[in-house]
Design a protein around this ligand. Structure first.
Ligand SMILES: NC(=O)c1ccc[n+]([C@@H]2O[C@H](COP(=O)([O-])OP(=O)(O)OC[C@H]3O[C@@H](n4cnc5c(N)ncnc54)[C@H](O)[C@@H]3O)[C@@H](O)[C@H]2O)c1
Length: 299
């Protein structure tokens, strides 16, 4: 049984990069999970992403066949919000576009039971700005739950406390995150919370340096990896995050703070407009084959 008493069934909205990771780790921590996608094609792709991770673990001997069958059985997919009615906790992970998140929250307001906890995995939007479609009685159950990419590997989760979030909700989320064997920190409801407030200007600066010809992609990333002991360079990390997501996050933070360091560089916008979104599209600063960066793209 999952080891968080009040939370047993998890809903995840969006089964992309983050939603798939969240659904995967929740199932692995013995929660029942329902993932909701836009349509059958996206749902199939999202579930295949999770099943693929378990298949690879089976091949490597990290999972046995009966455990894998159990995990797959614990994970259900849907395209209908009504299938989330039994969820104790729902985590929204649709793209970082306020209109999409607000539309999802309007549907969740209708579909969820009154006591369900509702969270957004937004990287940058203040949680309070997502409250508009919710009834006043639900606001004490609204919070941010910000996972890091790749979800199965990253040990931190930021719990974001909005003004009306209750202490009970924060404590229930702390229990949930701990049950995932991750470490929670409670962050204030300001754009970018704690980690992205510091990380995003650094990544955008690296893209500006690349744009200005300071260094090649290879040297820039090697410089920060080897010179600062970072596990990966900033351009590789940007490709991992998704260049479209980076652009959206920069937009939200620039609007909020008005500081040039949060402005999305022209190069980032050009890459997104060209469909070069990083790992998810197979091309960004790097050329990708599946999850592996296999070469440098020309800029
Ligand atoms: N990429 C990162 O490194 C990262 C890290 C932390 C947080 N986040 C945040 O997580 C969220 C999701 O980012 P992502 O990188 O997973 O994006 P993504 O584009 O990989 O996935 C988003 C998914 O949402 C689905 N979707 C869109 N509308 C939907 C709807 N109405 N119902 C159900 N599904 C819907 C899309 O089909 C897609 O599969 C964003 O808010 C992002 O800022 C991203």
């Amino acid at each position: 049984m999952a080891s968080s008493p009040s939370i047993q069934t998890i809903g995840v909205i969006g089964c992309g990069l983050m939603g798939a990771g969240i659904a995967q780790v929740a199932a692995e921590a013995d929660f029942k999970v329902v993932v909701k996608e836009m349509d059958a094609t996206f749902l199939e792709k999202g579930l295949a992403r999770i099943h693929g991770a378990w298949d690879r673990a089976l091949t490597k001997g990290k999972l046995d066949a009966s455990r894998m069958a159990e995990l797959k059985q614990r994970l259900a997919g849907t395209t209908d919000y009504r299938d989330l009615k039994l969820c104790d906790l729902v985590i929204e992970a649709v793209p970082e576009v306020p209109e999409l998140k607000l539309a999802a929250f309007a549907e969740l307001e209708k579909a969820l039971k009154a006591e369900a906890i509702l969270c957004s995995n937004t990287s940058s939007l203040p949680i309070g700005t997502l409250a508009a479609p919710l009834s006043p009685s639900r606001l004490s159950n609204l919070a941010g739950l910000h996972f890091f990419n790749p979800v199965p590997a990253m040990p931190l989760v930021e719990i974001v406390k909005a003004l009306p979030t209750s202490t009970e909700t924060i404590e229930a989320l702390r229990g949930f995150v701990t049950a995932l064997r991750k470490t929670p920190i409670v962050a204030p409801d300001a754009p970018g919370f704690i980690v992205n407030r510091l990380l995003v200007p650094y990544l955008l600066d690296a893209i500006r340096c690349r744009e200005q010809g300071l260094a090649t992609t290879e040297d820039l990333d090697a410089g920060m990896k080897l010179g600062c002991g970072h596990p990966m360079g900033p351009l590789l990390l940007s490709d991992y995050i998704g260049l479209d997501t980076m652009d959206h996050v920069a937009g939200v933070m620039f609007d909020a703070f008005g500081e040039a360091r949060f402005k999305s560089p022209a190069l980032l916008k050009q890459l997104v407009a060209a469909g070069r979104l990083g790992r998810k599209s197979g091309s960004g600063f790097y050329r990708w084959e599946g999850d592996k960066a296999v070469g440098f793209e020309s800029i």
